[in-house]
Design a protein around this ligand. Sequence first.
Ligand SMILES: *Cc1c(COP(=O)(O)O)cnc(C)c1O
Length: 217
Amino acid sequence: MSIAANIAEIKRELGQVHLVAVSKYSSDAAVQEAYAAGHRDFGENKAQDLIARAERLPSDIRWHFIGHLQRNKVKYIAAVVHLIHSVDSLRLLKEINKQAAIAGRTIPCLLQVHIAQEEAKFGLSITEASDLACDPAVASMEHIRIEGLMGMATLTEDVQQIEREFASLSQLYASLSRAATPANVRMNVLSMGMSSDYRIAVRQGSNLVRIGSAIFK
Ligand SMILES: *Cc1c(COP(=O)(O)O)cnc(C)c1O
């Protein structure tokens, strides 16, 4: 099937859930094909790739940063990034706030929460994410907005384990939705689900999925 057909089929299945097409392993031509089919949200996991693609490809593409973000790379993406999914420390948030001010804008961010059992994945613990979302220091950062949470489940065949992991993030999202967070923190986006587990993620309350290989094969 073509890229356009893959996107159409996944979107039909997703209904109201937002789709970010993860283009990190695909060519510019593949992104152009998805763009021609009307898709506008794309995800990259390296700062250099995001900025290079943003320069080469149509300016109305919304670029999502989904990888681990080093503080010294924030300045490269600050002017163009649509949503940073991977904030995992107060220090990183401070740097995003600083670079966003220089770029003259506000950058929407998600807190990345470590829900998988695997060691190697980045992210805050549930407690750390909850503390950061309620941290008064965040209230004084005028150039960032925390819009929600992102998480990745363990790469496993065990559906119940994946369900439990997504459910734990969903619960945090619900509890932070009710919490007394600073004015620039609100729960609008729950980014969870990739090619192998997005159906499970949507059943657990995801409203944004990040899909690469199932679109670009
Ligand atoms: C690569 C990546 C995806 C997409 O993975 P697929 O299995 O290709 O759908 C989603 N989220 C993150 C954070 C990624 O790094």
